[in-house]
Design a protein around this ligand. Structure first.
Ligand code: TYD
Length: 131
């Protein structure tokens, strides 16, 4: 399974660092929604779903967490701990997020607005749909 980590250029100088996210430049879709997770409690696992169509990029802008991606055939763990790195999550990828550091802020860019009907929340159904 191919894991795509997008390198994000840091514009840094003596004042600090800045990363810009732009549609079709470093983010390979039109950004229609941004959300972020923070204050995530220890030992929780979030996600447990796939999306039929939605594409997303996840960035740990602070701290770290583990992403487990599963295409229905293979599971791969990816540690996100770098604000200059975006994990591309294509549609039809089962995801679980865990091992959040206390300070983790996980930002997610998405190509569509929130739509519950785009979710697949049953793993067995996901496996069948993934073929
Ligand atoms: P949930 O899908 O459970 O988050 P996770 O994938 O991290 O486990 O979402 C938590 C709540 O937030 C749920 O009530 C739906 C709501 N929500 C929105 O209203 N808009 C959004 O863009 C997202 C991602 C979630």
């Amino acid at each position: 399974m191919k894991i795509e980590l997008i390198p994000l250029q840091i514009h840094g100088d003596e004042r600090g660092s800045l990363v810009a996210l732009e549609t079709e430049k470093n983010i390979p879709f039109e950004i229609r929604r941004v959300y972020y997770l923070f204050d995530t409690k220890k030992d929780v696992i979030r996600g447990y779903h796939a999306h039929k169509a939605l594409k997303q990029v996840a960035i740990a802008v602070r701290g770290s967490c583990k992403f487990t991606l599963d295409d229905g055939h293979e599971r791969v763990d990816v540690i996100l701990n770098n604000p200059a790195q975006g994990l591309l999550i294509e549609s039809f990828m089962w995801r679980e997020m865990s091992e959040f550091s206390d300070d983790c802020v996980l930002m997610v860019l998405a190509d569509s607005q929130y739509d519950e009907s785009d979710y697949v929340r049953d793993y067995e159904q996901f496996k069948k749909m993934a073929g």
